[in-house]
Design a protein around this ligand. Structure first.
Ligand SMILES: Nc1ncnc2c1ncn2[C@@H]1O[C@H](COP(=O)(O)OP(=O)(O)O)[C@@H](O)[C@H]1O
Ligand SMILES: [Mg+2]
Length: 316
């Protein structure tokens, strides 16, 4: 078995990716619902596509929808369809995505953004394997495999009452976690060469080579935007390659925006101030190898306050 590449286009040599490929092979043999967790840009959608492509459903459609990109009132008719005249603008009957993906796979991306009333409707569809279009009176049987994904912590949304636990359990029959790129840096050289090859082939340009120095830089960066960010950096590098003198600074610019990216990562995560404080204290403690005086100094608080906060967050 060739393990560097699974069915479609996901590549990786790290142990975690090898495990992921094995899991995809096994899971693709069933029709159980799959829930994929992972930061933005780690390859969640690619996992979903691979799962579909290696399943028996691969002759039927793979349909993807981003639940956060569509306003709630349109999402319902998008998912379940509508009948003519059911609302202004419904000028004819329209099939929903569940039906479009009948026999195949429906990928519900950013499922954490689904509002509670739609969650209830989705749950009903999953339980009954039937959809009823908006404004319709008849239900139709559908055999659609559901793969859902989010970069959010769905369990904590459940705790906060923002996501139904019964729906969560239905979706989460088989959980898959795609690790961030910084936890599997062995994959970076392979991915870099893969993206160079792809890009140069598409644009019919001669393939460039990455110097050792550049690769080192790419390896030491922490990639908050994961594989998507790496793909963009490689593309930028290739496009600007002809300007030999610019090269170095381009890479430098690309991978020294750590602070900006950290900020955007935070905003995506939307932690509470308390959670953020906990995370920051943890990070600082790790950074100073748990030397309390140093940590307190960095945090601008007394050792006593630090101690109290450690107790509060269970860090001791
Ligand atoms: N292991 C991988 N091998 C090849 N390309 C990858 C891999 N992981 C991610 N990509 C590419 O990175 C980009 C982001 O992946 P995507 O699946 O959209 O991430 P997510 O859905 O987690 O945000 C896509 O262009 C995808 O093709
Ligand atoms: Mg995505």
């Amino acid at each position: 078995m060739d393990h560097t590449q699974s069915v479609q286009s996901m590549i990786g040599t790290s142990a975690s990716m090898q495990n992921l490929f094995d899991l995809i092979k096994i899971v693709s043999q069933s029709s159980s619902n799959v829930f994929i967790r992972g930061e933005s840009g780690t390859g969640k959608e690619l996992v979903a596509k691979d799962l579909h492509a290696s399943s028996l459903r691969n002759t039927k459609p793979f349909v993807a929808i981003n639940c956060s990109a569509i306003p709630d009132h349109l999402l319902e008719s998008e998912l379940f369809g509508h009948v003519k005249g059911s609302f202004t603008g419904a000028i004819s009957d329209k099939k929903g995505l569940f039906e479009e993906a009948d026999g195949g796979t429906l990928f519900l991306d950013e499922i954490g953004d689904l509002d509670l009333s739609l969650q209830a409707k989705l749950l009903r569809v999953l339980q009954n394997k039937e959809v009823r279009p908006v404004g319709g009176i008849h239900s139709k049987h559908v055999d659609t495999r559901i793969i859902s994904a989010t970069h959010q912590d769905l369990k904590s949304l459940v705790k906060k009452g923002k996501f139904r636990d019964d729906l969560f359990y239905r979706l989460n029959v088989i959980p898959i976690h795609v690790p961030p790129l910084r936890r599997r840096k062995e994959d970076i050289p392979l991915l870099v060469n893969y993206f160079i090859h792809q890009y140069c082939q598409k644009n019919e340009t001669p393939e460039i080579r990455i110097s050792e120095e550049e690769m080192k830089r790419l390896l030491s960066y922490h990639w908050p935007g994961n594989v998507r960010e790496l793909e963009n950096v490689v593309e930028r590098l290739i496009v600007l390659r002809s300007h030999e003198t610019l090269e170095h600074s381009i890479l430098e610019d690309s991978v020294s925006e750590q602070v900006d990216n950290l900020e955007s990562e935070l905003i995506e995560d939307r932690p509470t101030l308390e959670k953020l404080e906990e995370r920051y204290i943890k990070a600082v403690l790790r950074e100073v190898h748990n030397q309390k005086t140093k940590a307190a100094h960095v945090l601008g608080i007394s050792r006593r306050t630090l101690y109290r906060k450690e107790l509060l967050y269970g860090l001791t």
